[in-house]
Design a protein around this ligand. Structure first.
Ligand SMILES: [Zn+2]
Length: 273
């Protein structure tokens, strides 16, 4: 599979999911839908143009300097072995960088943009500060995997995390609906929700207040990493508040470009009730 087909799948699936939520009135539910949409558009624009190209070329340059004569040298390894290795390592590295972003203040300011959305929907998948993507293991691993001859295994891993992100950021709580239709499968759900991330655990990660767990549930796909490292919480219910208590006070330029642009918190909005 070449990169243009990968790009088409990603753009097509994201646009379809966004359209479903838009026509279902879900994108517009937040208090600031136009700002949210602009953030999503900026995220896509930066990932599509600057971040991917910059880190791709930087990582490409590094591999050539370090292992200049080893191009394609791992292509003999079976696809499934390579895929499992890439997927497990990428998810593990992502777990730790994501967890660090919630624990270290300077890294939190780069990740915070993803969490300031006051409503969860698929648009949030691409909502981030422009520097966040450059820090992600996936951005770097693509260049390494391709160089050593395992580009396809990497692409499959990327697609899995992409589909998971669409499903777990969805405004529709399809997990609660499915569970209500399959009460006989409760033991299976018990197991599934401990192995992979579902909307339940990821919505909790984006919420505050009731049924929330903002400082935990860090894994993209393999929730079992949260179980292993003691950061899991499974509320099995709906959340009522998303975003951050200070969401409305963050300046858009700092949200997108910190630390290149720093802005003070905006004044507290006047109470209307
Ligand atoms: Zn997070």
């Amino acid at each position: 599979m070449n990169s243009s087909i990968l790009g088409l799948i990603v753009v097509g699936v994201f646009s379809a999911a966004f359209a479903i939520e838009w026509f279902g009135g879900r994108i517009q539910r937040g208090p600031r839908p136009a700002r949210d949409a602009a953030f999503t558009a900026m995220g896509i624009l930066f990932q599509g143009t600057i971040s991917g190209a910059l880190i791709g070329s930087l990582a490409g340059y590094m591999v050539i300097q370090l292992w200049g004569d080893l191009a394609g040298s791992l292509s003999h390894i079976a696809f499934w072995k390579a895929f499992l290795f890439i997927f497990l390592v990428e998810e593990l590295l992502h777990y730790w960088i994501h967890r660090s972003a919630h624990e270290w203040r300077w890294l939190w300011k780069i990740h915070r943009t993803h969490h300031s959305a006051q409503q969860l929907n698929v648009g949030v998948v691409y909502r981030y500060n422009i520097f966040w993507v450059m820090l992600l293991p996936q951005t770097w691993m693509g260049a390494f995997a391709t160089y050593f001859g395992q580009g396809e295994a990497f692409v499959v891993a990327v697609l899995i995390t992409f589909f998971t992100n669409i499903l777990t950021h969805s405004n529709y709580r399809w997990d609660l609906w499915l569970r209500s239709k399959t009460p006989w499968a409760t033991p299976a759900w018990w197991l599934i929700e401990r192995v992979i991330t579902l909307p339940d655990t990821h919505h909790a990660h984006h919420a505050y207040g009731k049924s929330a767990h903002p400082n935990g549930n860090y894994a993209v796909t393999l929730f079992i990493y949260d179980i292993i490292f003691g950061t899991a919480k499974i509320p099995n219910s709906r959340q009522t508040q998303y975003g951050l208590p200070i969401s409305a006070r963050l300046h858009w330029a700092e949200e997108l470009f910190w630390p290149a642009i720093k802005k003070p918190l905006l004044p507290k909005p006047a109470k209307t009730d």
